[in-house]
Design a protein around this ligand. Structure first.
Ligand code: ARG
Length: 454
């Protein structure tokens, strides 16, 4: 394609080193879509006859059908998806095909293709995130009465509804969706018409192209348009956060599925056995998801590093953006896709949860609040209950078994109703502030999400 200037063939070694067709072939649909829109602008500018334009559109659609059917022969010597499609088009339809690249460069072409690709992926990702939110809400509803210990430092802290714990992830995933939707706005801008760097001496109707491709706006600076990939960095950063959230959920699932916790049982269909130990049932989905988070982070850092030293404008380095972008999108989509059905088949061991939540220490803070309600300053109350817990250690009993006399020896404020404070249902009922897990609040949140996701 640059044979005019060169006397020597490209070395075979360079061909294989520089080719991107082995991975950018996946952009074929967007490349064809962009070329069809570009041909409309060329026709409007009088550079293509209606017949030539029709031949281009028909030719591109035929090539698209072949690629889709798996019959198209990609050629590494043609470097990338753009040249593979264009040269095959020209082989088939002749001169009209050779006119297609007028007032266009692969620099604005590839920027357009990636934006079209990422815009579509934002929508798929949003649907998958929403489905995972729905699966979390369904699981919470199925076990809406179950209370488990909430943890800080992985030490038992205070009781929470299992559904409240799941709804925390629903909130995280909503922010992930919001971030992707926001990033999508900056992806959704048309760079085509920027040429290699400085537009073209041929005046094309960029607005027409934008309308045909569904872009609500045009890039305003041709150099910026061909040289930045900040929109892709944003998306990979949004995906890194999705992966972080999935990884933390994975960690919870792994703990919950362990014999030590045994709050949750995963179905056979979403666990694996051991080749050696017959009793094993491993939470591989969650472990793989936690593990894959590393490459999603890595891809973000790769892309940031790739871009940081590039002088304006396009540099071939930027071809290296694609594998990072594709890998993060594929990895996060696969994780979301398997997590939702895994949760839909999970069951909760209500007996084990009840045993765990029977730990009276989970209500130590409730006892401090009891003293506060009787006028004791919180710091003082905290100390008194701390002594009560220590006393339980000495007597080898629980806060429920500590006698009224023992309590009153620690503080005369304790009344005969102190043991009533050590009731989980009462404790849950009294957590009524916005965002706190009272039964009514959690039920309302489950209902709110059902409407929002429904
Ligand atoms: N395959 C290239 C890429 O992905 C397309 C743009 C090539 N442009 C160029 N001037 N060599 O970046």
């Amino acid at each position: 394609m640059w044979k005019g200037r060169f006397q020597q063939q490209t070395a075979a070694l360079l061909q294989s080193y520089s080719q991107s067709i082995s991975f950018d072939w996946r952009l074929w649909r967007h490349d064809i879509e962009g070329s069809i829109a570009h041909s409309a602008a060329l026709e409007k500018a009088g550079l293509l006859s209606p017949q030539e334009r029709q031949a281009i559109v028909d030719g591109l659609q035929a090539i698209g059908a072949e690629i889709e059917g798996g019959h198209f022969q990609f050629r590494a010597e043609l470097e990338d998806i753009h040249m593979n499609i264009e040269s095959e088009l020209t082989r088939r339809i002749g001169d009209a095909g050779a006119k297609l690249h007028t007032a266009r460069s692969r620099n604005d072409q590839v920027a357009t293709d990636i934006r079209l690709y990422l815009r579509a992926e934002c929508d798929s990702l949003d649907a998958l995130l929403r489905d995972l939110q729905a699966a979390l809400v369904e699981l919470g509803e199925r076990y809406s009465g179950v209370v488990i210990p909430g943890y800080t430092h992985l030490q038992r802290a205070q009781p929470v509804f299992f559904a409240h714990h799941l709804l925390a992830y629903v909130e995280m995933l909503q922010r992930d969706r919001d971030r992707l939707a926001d990033c999508r706005k900056r992806i959704n801008v048309l760079p085509l018409g920027s040429g290699a760097i400085a537009g073209s001496t041929i005046l094309l109707d960029r607005q027409l192209v934008a309308d045909l491709l569904g872009f609500p706006s045009l890039t305003r600076n041709s150099m910026d348009a061909v040289s930045d990939r900040d929109f892709a960095v944003e998306l990979l950063s949004g995906l890194a956060l999705v992966a972080m959230h999935l990884s933390r959920l994975s960690e919870d699932v792994i703990l919950w599925a362990s014999s030590e916790f045994h709050f949750v049982t995963l179905s056979d269909a979403f666990t694996t056995g051991s080749s050696l130990m017959p009793q094993k049932k491993n939470p591989d989905v969650a472990e793989l998801t936690r593990g894959k988070t590393g490459r999603v982070y890595g891809n973000l850092v790769s892309l940031l590093t790739l871009m940081k030293g590039l002088p304006m404008t396009y540099n071939r380095d930027m071809q290296e953006d694609k594998e990072a972008i594709f890998d993060s999108v594929d990895t996060v989509k696969a994780a979301l896709g398997v997590f939702a059905p895994m949760l839909r088949e999970a069951t909760v061991d209500e007996v084990r949860c009840a045993e765990a939540v029977a730990d009276a220490n989970l209500l130590a803070t409730d006892l401090a609040d009891y003293l506060v309600n009787h006028g004791v300053p919180f710091r003082k109350a905290h100390e008194v209950i701390g002594r009560a817990v220590a006393r339980c250690g000495v007597l080898e009993c629980s806060l429920r078994e500590l006698s009224l006399a023992e309590y009153q020896a620690l503080s005369p404020v304790f009344g005969a109703d102190v043991h009533e404070m050590l009731d989980v249902s009462r404790s849950m009922e009294s957590r009524q502030a916005v965002g706190a897990p009272s039964p009514a609040n959690v039920a309302a949140e489950l209902g709110r999400w059902k409407v929002l996701l429904g």
